[in-house]
Design a protein around this ligand. Structure first.
Ligand code: ADP
Length: 168
């Protein structure tokens, strides 16, 4: 049985993440979407909120599980007896960091192979931070996030009050 982990911030999950999850879920027997706590990133959604959004988005993919980790990805990888780390690649800008991370992870755990999936054309320029910027100003995020979680993201972030979000 091949078990993969897909680590990231997922703050919040976007169509780009979802597309990678769907594609990876058919490549491996089990896929763990791993919300990793990144001390260099200030997150807008709590760990529980991010996990809840991911669970709702992935509810119909039976071999996908949501988990979180606050330590090194390779420690989780080892402890949970995983086989592969999945990462998504958007524009070239992702490559440098992801390449470096894949090498470091392999150094720390030689059997940790990283597999890169290229983002679909329409998701190449999509990021969680872009979604958050649009939502804060009450813009339409529906092309960028799964429909089932759109309203909850707006309620949490919209500062204009026009979409039922909190007004500041
Ligand atoms: P972000 O940069 O949006 O905060 P994350 O830390 O949540 O991203 O990213 C987790 C993983 O998902 C990384 O491998 C990242 O390259 C990938 N990813 C993020 N957004 C997309 C997207 N739009 N299309 C494909 N992969 C993506």
């Amino acid at each position: 049985m091949k078990k993969a982990i897909y680590p990231g911030s997922f703050d919040p999950v976007t169509n780009g993440h979802y597309e990678i999850i769907k594609r990876a879920s058919v490549m491996f027997d089990r896929l763990i979407v791993l919300i990793s706590v990144n001390p260099n990133k200030n997150s807008s959604f709590s760990l529980d909120e991010r996990a809840d959004l991911l669970r709702r988005v992935c509810y119909d993919i039976p071999n996908v599980q949501i988990d979180s980790c606050s330590g090194l990805i390779v420690d989780y990888f080892r402890e949970h007896d995983c086989d592969v780390i999945v990462k998504g690649l958007r524009a070239m800008s992702d490559f440098e960091t992801e390449f470096q991370m894949a090498h470091v992870n392999k150094h720390l755990c030689p059997r940790a192979e990283t597999v890169f999936l290229c983002a679909d054309n329409e998701n190449t320029y999509l990021s969680s931070s872009m979604v958050k910027q649009i939502a804060v100003f009450g813009g339409d995020i529906s092309p960028f996030v799964p429909e089932s979680i759109k309203d909850d993201i707006m309620k949490r972030l919209d500062t204009t009050g026009t979409t039922g979000g909190k007004q500041k």
